[in-house]
Design a protein around this ligand. Structure first.
Ligand SMILES: [Zn+2]
Length: 363
């Protein structure tokens, strides 16, 4: 049994949470006894935009959860979240020097948010730091960069990040960058859709530091360029995406891409954004997320699907998942589908932790 951290937000009894969420006690107990790791949380964005308070319960959410206001610590703890990758997003409009300067400033600010938790939000960089945090009931917090062009102005690239604070870099984001081409419609502006030499160099440098290479957002050509130069002994991840096998969409990855990630022992987080998930006539609730996970399981097996909600990242989740306390609703859909407890625990956190151990073995 993991102890409750002395500074964890207080949470209601399992029975009350089950009743409030309209799920079975089994779903709540399963979540509460699992590691639940969300591969992509953007709650730092509303903090940057208007000082969104991570520590206050936002209910009802601002804008009723359209775009932002999904996660805060009281709701995350109630929903069973035990860890997450918190993303620092790069503003591509700045100069290279400006991006690097702003990244460093944002890193300090994000760590400041962690610091004011009195130890509940624990910055972790390695599996052993993860385990130490969890043994005390703390939430394990990995720091990610979304948009590797944040590092363009750094004297030594990723090696310049103080204290090896960053565990993952999403190579490109919504716009093309000096590293390569986005999967977004913005890619039409370039003829060669792949990674540039600079992008390939970044992959090698990330491998050198054993930092996760995240292939969410990248154009398929760049995806395969990255696979080619990537050290095959390290796990590739795609932190927040859907799959084209359920819904063909520029933001989603196809079966060959799923297999390429699985081949490295990585994992794929499914996003909670209906525009990328829901085929015409499909369900408009958490089942659409489970459908995409199921496709990964059908294509590659149950060891390669994870959660990558993209909460607070300007998405609008289906109403029942719009609040960060609603992970048990997703688990209820998994149970309804007949998934075993073992499979559910893998998808909630086990698959990511296996990949983390593979990335930094013995660390
Ligand atoms: Zn994103």
């Amino acid at each position: 049994m993991t102890p409750t951290h002395p500074h964890a937000p207080s949470i209601a009894p399992d029975e009350d949470v089950a009743r409030a969420l309209g799920v079975s006690l089994e779903a709540v107990k399963l979540v509460r006894s699992s590691e639940l790791i969300d591969l992509h949380c953007d709650t730092f964005i509303p903090f940057r935009l208007w000082g969104y308070d991570w520590y206050a319960r936002h209910e009802p959410a601002p804008l009723r959860g359209h775009g932002f206001g999904h996660l805060d610590l009281p709701r995350a703890a109630e929903g069973g979240l035990t860890g997450a990758m918190w993303s620092i997003t790069t503003n591509p409009m700045r100069t290279a020097a400006g991006r690097w300067r702003m990244f460093q400033r944002n890193l300090d600010r994000l760590r400041g948010i962690f610091a004011s938790s009195q130890g509940f939000l624990r910055h972790v960089r390695t599996p052993s730091e993860w385990r130490a945090a969890r043994a005390e009931g703390a939430m394990g917090c990995l720091i990610a960069i979304q948009g590797g062009n944040a590092l363009d102005g750094a004297p030594e690239g990723i090696a310049s990040v103080p204290n090896d604070a960053v565990s993952r870099v999403t190579l490109v984001h919504l716009s093309n960058s000096p590293l390569g081409v986005s999967s977004s419609p913005a890619s039409t502006l370039r003829r060669d859709k792949g990674l540039t030499d600079k992008g390939r160099d970044l992959v090698r440098r990330l491998n050198d530091r054993r930092v996760f290479v995240d292939l969410a957002h990248i154009h398929p050509k760049g995806f395969w360029d990255a696979v080619e130069v990537h050290d095959r002994s390290q796990p590739l991840i795609v932190t927040h995406t859907g799959v084209t096998g359920v819904l063909p969409h520029w933001r989603n990855i196809d079966d060959e891409q799923i297999k390429a990630v699985a081949d490295t022992g990585g994992t794929i987080g499914i996003i909670f954004h209906p525009a990328f998930l829901r085929p015409a006539g499909g369900p408009s609730d958490g089942r659409m997320v489970v459908d995409h996970m199921q496709h990964i399981i059908d294509v590659a097996g149950e060891d390669y699907a994870s959660i990558g909600s993209d909460y607070d990242g300007a998405i609008t989740p289906p109403p029942e998942l719009r609040s960060g306390n609603s992970y048990p609703r997703l688990v209820q859909h998994m149970l309804n589908r007949g998934w075993s407890d073992t499979r559910i625990r893998k998808v909630l956190g086990g698959n990511f932790l296996r990949a983390f151990d593979l990335l930094r073995p013995g660390a």
